[in-house]
Every structure is written in structure tokens, then in C-alpha cells.
Design a protein around this ligand. Structure first.
Ligand code: TYD
Ligand code: MG
Length: 371
């Protein structure tokens, strides 16, 4: 978007510079693209460009970290797209501090963002983020930009690109990439990326769920583990699914199924490492918790979807047909999901409608053996 600013954060080595170069090379912009490189030497950038077959004619590059000098180049080149790699290497003499410190980052960001806004250019600022994501700098400039994008390693192979804040569009879409010998390649069919293939049945604590990430359905494996709490106070450890949601499902299981979870620590994870915010994850989450606590397993060919209310009812979720199709395509024999008022029954595959979480538990573990 012209006049807009984007902050793209990611750990060192994730592929930020590669992605930016590919972006600069492939965008069809009417006007010039300026790449401000504060991290790499001309030789290093050249090597990277050769590796991913980017011709340099389309991109102007400046190797500079001092803001005034960069602003002069901007005035000369008048680019419509500016990439700054990285914001942490820039400094201005106005601020008496080292590059990468909060004030330096703030002042440099503000100036670049203002320039882009007033000239109708778009600026992308690359920022390094540490594993904990806690580096002070980039977090503190999120409010200065229109869009914040996070580039993360989801599994050994897969990297995800996801908007955290987006003034001009949704934050639901997620892009999947693989790093290849010749740059980043998009993974177009991501449905089964996060499924764990196993010989034989599921271990206890595992449920597979079709969830929407933006407009596409991914099949994800929800894993949970319950252990007696050492301190007698139960805790929830879950950073892929909201902890409040896990607590609610645990409470529903206690109340409606007499499943004793108090004095237990609960661990929840999503294999592959993506975060799930969709409510449709509730029924599979509840079944995974039940499975973990009882040792009973969910059949490997069954996938589960649905929202769960505090009353123990399974509530409808949208996109049932698309979820069912994804499950069928990935070889699942049954999808279990909402069957009550307002629920849409999918046409594809075998569908097991459930109205209460109790019913879902009975059905899921009907043929299960304790392991
Ligand atoms: P890079 O873009 O430098 O990451 P960042 O800017 O986020 O620090 O690239 C990260 C890694 O990717 C680097 O270790 C080399 C590797 N790589 C490839 O595997 N293939 C390629 O085509 C390129 C350019 C890099
Ligand atoms: Mg880099």
C-alpha cells in the first residue's frame, strides 16, 4: 500500500534478507525500489542475489547506516518501495546512543515512516527478534508502523509469515515457506504440513483438528499431557492455544464428565508449532485433554471440530464443508463435529454429529483401549 509502513521481524537466519530481496525483485512497481543494506557488504548481497537469480537492474542498493545520508539518497532516487535491512543497524547523530538502542530505532523509524507517508512510497523495515521475542527495540516501534509481520520457524522445514497487526487488511492469513537452494519457495498446499504420520494408532493425549488459517484449512495435531501437580496447585502450560481456553475446557470436563483435573498440571501443544486462535479447536482440545487424563486414545482416522460452551454443548462452527473435504483428502475416515441447532452437516466423507461434549467423549473413545 502506497504511503504505508511495514515492520517485519524474525530471528537471525530465518530468511528475512532473502525474502526482502525476492520481494523487491518480484514486485511489479511503477517506480524505483531502493534497498538500504546496513547488514551486508556489496559482495554478500551480490552473492545472495546471484543465488536466487535476482537481476540487480531492477533494484537500487545503498550500503549506508547513517540516517541523514539515507534520507539524501531517498530524495535523489525517489523510490516507491524502500526496504531497510535492518532497522537496528541505522543511527542518527541527533540521538546520542548506539545503533540498535530504543531511541535510535524510534527516531530512525519515525523519520522513514514519515517520508514514505508524505511521498506515497511504501517502506518495509526488517527487524531482528530474539527467540523469546522480547527484544525491546522492535516491540516499541510497533505502534509507529501500519503493519507488523512476523517471520517464524514453525517446524524444521517450514517457515511462516503472519501479520500481527494490519491496518489495511486481515491478520488471519498465513504464508508458508521452505528455504531452498535458490531462495524461499511458497508451500501452496499446506493442509497436511503439520500432521504427524505414525505407524499404528494415536498415543494418548492426541486429537487431530481441521482449523482455518485465513482462507485455508490445515489439519493440526493437538497434544496434551496431564501430570499430578507437585505443588498441589494445578497449572496450565500452553503457548499455542490460549491458556484461558484450556482452563475452560478442563472445567467443562470436570463438571460435565466428572473428569478429575484439579491438582494436575496440564501441558498443551500443537505439533508443528503454529498458534491456533479459532474456537473450533475447543472440542478437539477437550478430547485431547480427556485422552491424556484417562489414557484412552482417539482413533487415528478420526478428526474433530467444534466449539464447546460452558454448558457442555457442542456449538456450530463455520466452513464445515471445507473442513470435511480437507479431512477426506488427508485420508481421515471420520469427522466428528457439531450436530445441534444451527449446525451444518457436511456432504463430504463420514460425519458424526454430536450435540454434547459427553456424547463426543462416548463416541471418540467407544472402541478405545487404555494404554
Ligand atoms: P537470510 O535471508 O540471511 O536470513 P536473515 O536475514 O533473516 O538473517 O538467510 C537465512 C539462511 O538461509 C542462511 O543461513 C542461508 C540460507 N539460504 C538458503 O538456504 N538458500 C538461499 O537461497 C539463500 C539466499 C539463503
Ligand atoms: Mg539478514
Amino acid at each position: 500500500m502506497r504511503g504505508s509502513s511495514v515492520l517485519m521481524g524474525g530471528e537471525p537466519g530465518i530468511g528475512k534478507s532473502t525474502l526482502m530481496l525476492q520481494l523487491a525483485a518480484s514486485l511489479q512497481v511503477r517506480g524505483r525500489t531502493l534497498f538500504v543494506s546496513g547488514e551486508e557488504s556489496p559482495g554478500q548481497l551480490r552473492m545472495r542475489a546471484d543465488r536466487i537469480s535476482v537481476s540487480s537492474e531492477r533494484i537500487e542498493v545503498v550500503f549506508e547506516t547513517e540516517l541523514t545520508a539515507i534520507m539524501q539518497v531517498l530524495e535523489q532516487v525517489k523510490p516507491v518501495l524502500i526496504v531497510v535491512d535492518s532497522i537496528q543497524t541505522l543511527y542518527t547523530r541527533e540521538v546520542n546512543a548506539l545503533p540498535g538502542t530504543v531511541n535510535q530505532i524510534k527516531v530512525c523509524t519515525q523519520e522513514l515512516v514519515d517520508w514514505a507517508r508524505s511521498r506515497g512510497a511504501a517502506v518495509v523495515l526488517v527487524a531482528h527478534v530474539t527467540k523469546e521475542g522480547t527484544i525491546a527495540g522492535p516491540k516499541l516501534i510497533e505502534h509507529l508502523v501500519d503493519t507488523v509481520i512476523s517471520f517464524e520457524q514453525a517446524s524444521a522445514e517450514i517457515r511462516t509469515l503472519q501479520a500481527i497487526k494490519n491496518r489495511f487488511g486481515s491478520v488471519d492469513e498465513i504464508g508458508f515457506f521452505r528455504m531452498t537452494e535458490t531462495g524461499l519457495a511458497e508451500v501452496v498446499d499446506a493442509t497436511s504440513l503439520f500432521l504427524t504420520r505414525r505407524e499404528g494408532g494415536n498415543p494418548p493425549g492426541v486429537a487431530v483438528a481441521p482449523v482455518f488459517e485465513g482462507s485455508r484449512v490445515l489439519l493440526v495435531e493437538i497434544q496434551s499431557l496431564t501430570v499430578p501437580a507437585k505443588s498441589g496447585i494445578s497449572r496450565i502450560y500452553s503457548d499455542r492455544i490460549d491458556g484461558g481456553r484450556v482452563a475452560r475446557m478442563a472445567a467443562v470436563l470436570e463438571k460435565h464428565l466428572d473428569l478429575h483435573l484439579a491438582e494436575h498440571d496440564i501441558y498443551v501443544n500443537v505439533a508443528g508449532g503454529i498458534r491456533i486462535a479459532e474456537v473450533a479447536v475447543e472440542l478437539p482440545l477437550a478430547l485431547a485433554l480427556y485422552s491424556a487424563r484417562t489414557g484412552l486414545t482417539i482413533p487415528a482416522a478420526t478428526a474433530v471440530t467444534g466449539e464447546v460452551s460452558l454448558t457442555g454443548e457442542v456449538r456450530p462452527v463455520p466452513g464445515m464443508e471445507k473442513r470435511a473435504r480437507a479431512c477426506r483428502d488427508m485420508g481421515f475416515q471420520m469427522l466428528m463435529g457439531p450436530g445441534g441447532t444451527g449446525a451444518v452437516k457436511p456432504e463430504t466423507g463420514t460425519f458424526a454429529a454430536v450435540e454434547m461434549v459427553k456424547e463426543a467423549v462416548r463416541l471418540a473413545f467407544a472402541s478405545a483401549s487404555r494404554t
